[in-house]
Design a protein around this ligand. Structure first.
Ligand code: TXA
Ligand code: MG
Length: 348
C-alpha cells in the first residue's frame, strides 16, 4: 500500500472522508498529537487500527467527535460531564462515559465505558464534520514509539500501513489529552495532559484525584485504572535517567555522569532547558525548551525522544520539571520513558 501525505485542504478532507466511510485508516492532526482514525462504529475498521499500530487488543481507543449531537447514540451523559464539556470542549480533554451498545466492544476493549473527546484542531474538526462519523483514534505511532507530533513522524511509523496522512503542521500541545474518569465516584485523572487538575477543579468546585501510577511505575499485582498505564509506552533504546535537585547540582551531576559515559566510549547526551544548553555544551545538549515555559517542553518532548533513537544514543540524562500543571503531563511521559530511574543531585 502506498501512503499519501497531503496538506489539509477541502480536497484532502473529502478524500479522507471517503476512505473513512469505506473502513480505511486515515492519520490526521489534532491539537495534542496526530491520531490514527477509523470509523468507530465499523468493527473491522477499528481492528485495522490495532493491526497497523501493533497495539495490544486490551488497550481501548478514544472516540473523536465534532459535535455534541453525536454523543447520545454512543454514551450516557451526566451533569458533571456536561459542565466539563461546556468549559473544555473542543480541546484536549477526554472523558469516560458509560457506553451504549452501538459502540463495538473492540473500541473499548470490552470495557463498559467509552472514552470520548472533541478535538479543537481546525483540521481535525473539519475532517470530523465532513465525514460525519465518530472516529476512533489512538496516537498515530507504532505501539511502543513516542506519539507523533508532525506528519513526518507519522510517516516514519505508518509508511505503507495506511493510505493517507493529512498534514496539518506540528501539534500545538505536544502531549496526549487529559483522560478523566467520571464513572467511578470521585473524578480521577488517569492520564495528565493539557487540561490540568487545577482547571478541572476550578470548574467542578470539588477535588479531582490523580491516579496513583502517574508518577511511579505500577506495582506488579496492581490493577491499572486505565489499560494504557500498564504499558511502558515508549522505552528509548538509551538508558534514560531523570536528574533531580537544586539546579546547580543537577547541572554538575549531569555533566559528570555524561562525561563518564562518553569516556567509556558510549554514545551519551543530556536533555536540558534552553538556558542550560551553553553550560552543558560538551555533553551534546538537546534543548527541551525554556525553564520558564513548560508548555514549550510539552510541545518538544516527543520530537526530542524520537531524536535519541535516531541518533543511536545509549546513555541519556535529563533535567526534570516541577510535576505541576502541564509539567505533570511532561513528567508522566518522561518518567515512564525513563522507567522512573532517578538520580538525586543533592544526595550524590
Ligand atoms: O490526545 C489524545 O488523546 C490522542 C489524540 C489522537 O486524540 N489520542 C491518544 O490515544 O492519545 P491513545 O490510544 O494513544 O491513548 C488513549 C488512552 C490509553 O491510555 C487508553 O488506555 C485510555 O486512553 N482509555 C481509552 N478508553 C478507556 C476506557 N474506557 N477506560 C480507561 N482508559 C481508557
Ligand atoms: Mg498512544
Amino acid at each position: 500500500m502506498i501512503t499519501q501525505v497531503l496538506p489539509a485542504s477541502p480536497e484532502s478532507f473529502a478524500l479522507a472522508s471517503d476512505l473513512l466511510r469505506k473502513g480505511q485508516l486515515v492519520a490526521f492532526p489534532t491539537e495534542t498529537v496526530y491520531g490514527l482514525g477509523a470509523d468507530a462504529l465499523n468493527e473491522s475498521a477499528v481492528r485495522a487500527i490495532f493491526e497497523a499500530k501493533g497495539r495490544p487488543a486490551d488497550n481501548p481507543l478514544i472516540v473523536h467527535i465534532a459535535d455534541r449531537s453525536q454523543l447520545s447514540p454512543l454514551c450516557e451523559m451526566s451533569d458533571v460531564s456536561c459542565r466539563l464539556m461546556d468549559a473544555f470542549w473542543p480541546g484536549p480533554l477526554t472523558m469516560l462515559f458509560p457506553k451504549k451498545p452501538a459502540v463495538p466492544a473492540v473500541v473499548t476493549a470490552g470495557l463498559p465505558t467509552v472514552a470520548i473527546r472533541m478535538p479543537s484542531h481546525p483540521d481535525a474538526a473539519a475532517l470530523l464534520r465532513v465525514c460525519g462519523l465518530p472516529i476512533a483514534a489512538p496516537s498515530a505511532n507504532r505501539s511502543g514509539r513516542p506519539s507523533p507530533t508532525t506528519a513526518a513522524h507519522v510517516l516514519e511509523d505508518m509508511d505503507r500501513r495506511i493510505p493517507l496522512i493529512l498534514d496539518g503542521g506540528p501539534c500545538e500541545v505536544g502531549v496526549e489529552s487529559t483522560v478523566l474518569d467520571l464513572t467511578h465516584g470521585e473524578p480521577t485523572i488517569l492520564r495528565p495532559g493539557g487540561i490540568t487538575r487545577n482547571m478541572l477543579e476550578s470548574v467542578l468546585g470539588t477535588p479531582v484525584r490523580l491516579a496513583d501510577s502517574i508518577l511511579r511505575p505500577l506495582g506488579k499485582d496492581e490493577k491499572a485504572l486505565s489499560p494504557g498505564m500498564r504499558y511502558q509506552h515508549y522505552a528509548p533504546e538509551a538508558v534514560l535517567t531523570l536528574v533531580e535537585g537544586p539546579e546547580d547540582r543537577v547541572l554538575a551531576l549531569m555533566r559528570k555522569k555524561c562525561s563518564e559515559a562518553l569516556s567509556m566510549g558510549k554514545k551519551a547526551c543530556v536533555l536540558c532547558f534552553s538556558e542550560h544548553c551553553a553550560l552543558l555544551s560538551d555533553c551534546f545538549p538537546h534543548d527541551i525548551g525554556s525553564l520558564s515555559r513548560p508548555e514549550e517542553t510539552a510541545r518538544r518532548l516527543f520530537r526530542v525522544l524520537r531524536k535519541l533513537d535516531e541518533e543511536g544514543m545509549e546513555v541519556v540524562f535529563t533535567e526534570v520539571l516541577p510535576p505541576e500543571e502541564i509539567g505533570l503531563a511532561v513528567m508522566n511521559r518522561l518518567g515512564r520513558a525513563a522507567a522512573f530511574r532517578t538520580l538525586r543531585a543533592d544526595q550524590e
